[in-house]
Design a protein around this ligand. Structure first.
Ligand code: UDP
Length: 320
């Protein structure tokens, strides 16, 4: 019997490429599709030559064609860091709306399962803490982050409409802050910014007073949760993230100390609509998927630091 075939849009991205590795390791064939505006070929170069892997350079907001059978489509294409979606607002809106529509159309055509990468951003600046899936959120539709938040909210609605109207078998994962190797050094998110600054001996830029919180999940835990969700019967959105919450100030200091760096922490303006708190309620993932994170922050940060050191060394940028 031939191996099941999964299409990953955004397959050259940080999370998409880790998903490609996981599915290949579990005996799937994988096609990664990416237009490379935020994805990077270096994330999948180790897969070139693997007969079960293919790459298609394409923008998923246009009609998508994939030859032969497809068993599952994982729709992960999107700019995903606040700086990226500030710089690419129209592309962000288009990939969440038109791109989701195209990917769902392909799923319908191929009778494939469809899994949408949604986000904790659907909860906006939350007034309920921690955030369960039943919370409808507090999103500013016209703020800087609105292009991402609203596109993903639309994508969720579209996904369930294809389930209800066309009978496509759909899943929705709401991904909370995730980190690990293959994050882009300059994607502007807290972890890459802090690690590069600490390793290069630059000042560490905390936005606001650093009292805002996030809960960081190591990427291997995330992709395991997504794999289980795809193979479950759960139609409604499901949070996947690590509930271990930390203030951004503590997070900056933790990274600086782990890097053995003497960088000072400096404070800059808080971007607009920056959520004050964020922590996933993962009761449902525990119950339905029997999933919970296995990698604690110390271990995950140590592995991520190895990657950042190597990347900065290649660029000749390291100083500590
Ligand atoms: N942040 C920061 N310094 C940076 C980058 C981000 O203090 O150089 C803050 C940001 O304002 C937010 C938190 O870190 O409060 C997490 O930001 P990130 O961009 O990683 O993701 P978000 O969770 O906001 O989508």
């Amino acid at each position: 019997m031939s191996k099941p075939h999964v299409l990953i849009t955004g397959g050259a991205g940080f999370i998409g490429s880790h998903l490609a590795d996981l599915f290949l390791a579990r005996d799937y064939r994988v096609t990664a599709m990416d237009n490379l505006i935020t994805g990077q070929l270096t994330n999948i170069e180790h897969l070139v030559g693997n007969p079960d892997f293919a790459f298609i350079k394409q923008d998923v907001t246009n009609f998508i064609h994939v030859a032969g059978p497809v068993d599952a489509i994982l729709h992960f294409a999107s700019p995903a860091s606040p700086i990226d979606y500030l710089e690419l607002p129209i592309q962000t809106l288009k990939v969440g709306s038109l791109g989701t529509h195209k990917a769902l159309g392909l799923a319908k055509e191929k009778k494939a399962k469809f899994l949408l990468a949604s986000t904790s951003e659907v909860y906006g600046d939350p007034l309920v803490h921690p955030q369960p899936e039943t919370y409808w959120g507090n999103v500013n539709p016209v703020g800087d982050r609105g292009v991402y938040d609203e596109a993903k909210r639309f994508a969720e609605a579209m996904t369930l409409a294809y389930n209800r109207y066309h009978g496509v078998e759909t899943r929705i994962v709401r991904i909370f802050n995730t980190y690990g190797p293959r994050m882009r050094l300059n994607d502007g998110r807290a972890l890459p910014a802090f690690m590069c600054q600490a390793l290069e001996g630059d000042a560490i830029t905390v936005f606001g007073d650093g009292s805002q919180t996030r809960s960081f999940c190591y990427v291997s835990d995330l992709v395991e949760g997504i794999f289980r969700l795809l193979n479950s019967d759960e139609l409604e959105p499901t949070n996947i993230g690590n509930p271990n919450e930390v203030t951004i100030k503590e997070f900056a200091e933790e990274i600086r100390d782990l890097c053995g760096s003497k960088s000072e922490v400096i404070y800059k303006d808080l971007p607009s609509d920056d959520p004050k708190v964020r922590q996933p309620d993962i009761t449902k993932a525990r119950r339905v998927l029997e999933w919970e994170p296995q990698v604690d922050r110390r271990e995950g940060l140590t592995k991520t630091l190895d990657y950042f050191r190597k990347e900065l060394e290649k660029l000749g940028r390291i100083s500590v």
